[in-house]
Ligand binder design. Structure first.
Ligand code: NAD
Length: 269
């Protein structure tokens, strides 16, 4: 007998990522859209979800956690904080793609992960997760002779900068070199900057058009440079990756904090 479909609730269902997720869920035979959440007071609340008979958008976040095996959330940090609390209270697995977190959100994520399986990732694409892995290896191999700089290019509607992926890359590079990211990150250069500090990790941010997301890590040496780049052409890759993560979490994972590296088997052994 085939397994019952996995019940997925989408938070931020009318957003760019929410719509991409719903498109993927309704065509996946092993998944069922159990709830579609919108921002409280959103005029879409109560309206039918196109292509999903019998389902209406809800602006009650509790409903997502009552009806689903896994909640998938691409919204805003304020909403995702609330969703983390509800995941813990209901012991419902949650996959979060929201970016723009504050430093103290790490503690909130860890607290929620004591009660429910939680996977937060700044990027769900296989390519970017491999990029993070390869960039860390390159940083270790190239050593301190090579300056490390990160460039992120995204569509003009993006609300946070640098991107969560650029920050995740920076953290992975600092960790690979055994250094403290917060001390070394250099988010802006303007005016009389003086020469580059040898250990710093610089960020460049470009915004415009409909670019789904591009990241390049530069390793700048003397007489040579290495560039590792990833280009996302379509945000469906993030939706598919998030749903792979949801399937993985639903396999009886105990409460805990998980990462895409776990789902993709990219942990350094
Ligand atoms: P978007 O603005 O198109 O969508 C966000 C949606 O969340 C909006 O429809 C908004 O109404 C809704 N929302 C806001 N508050 C809410 C609440 N309290 N409850 C329910 N819904 C609420 O943005 P987007 O491009 O879909 O991106 C959303 C987030 O996902 C951003 O933080 C973005 O950086 C991130 N993102 C992550 C990845 C990844 O792979 N991790 C990929 C793309 C985007």
């Amino acid at each position: 007998m085939s397994e019952p479909a996995l019940r997925i609730a989408v938070a931020g269902a009318r957003g760019r990522m929410g719509r991409a997720l719903i498109d993927e869920i309704v065509t996946a035979p092993d998944l069922r859209l159990a709830a579609a959440g919108v921002r409280p007071g959103d005029p879409e609340a109560g309206m039918p979800v196109e292509g999903v008979p019998g389902l209406s958008y809800t602006d009650a976040p509790e409903a997502l956690f009552e009806r689903a095996d896994v909640v998938v959330d691409f919204t805003l940090p304020a909403a995702s904080r609330r969703h983390l609390e509800l995941a813990a209270a209901q012991r419902t697995a949650i996959v979060i793609g929201t970016t723009g977190w504050q430093a103290d959100d790490e503690a909130r994520i860890a607290e929620s992960a004591r009660h429910a399986p939680v996977l937060v990732a700044a990027n769900f694409s296989l390519g970017v997760n491999l990029l993070i892995h390869l960039a860390a290896r390159a940083a270790r191999a190239l050593g301190e002779e090579f300056a490390v700089e990160i460039l992120d290019l995204h569509h003009g509607m993006k609300r946070d900068a640098p991107s969560g992926t650029a920050l995740a890359l920076g953290r992975a590079l600092a960790a690979a070199r055994g250094e403290d990211f917060e001390t070394l990150a250099r988010f802006a250069r303007t005016g009389e900057t003086g020469p580059r500090e040898s250990r710093e990790i610089g960020f460049g941010v470009l915004r415009g058009g409909d670019v789904a997301g591009e990241h390049t890590v530069f390793f700048l040496g003397t007489g040579e440079r290495l560039e590792l780049a990833h280009r996302a052409h379509d945000r469906r890759i993030f939706a598919r990756g998030a749903l792979s993560a949801a399937r993985w979490l639903a396999r009886n994972r105990p409460p805990g904090r998980y990462a895409m590296a776990d789902v993709l088997g990219l942990r350094d052994g």
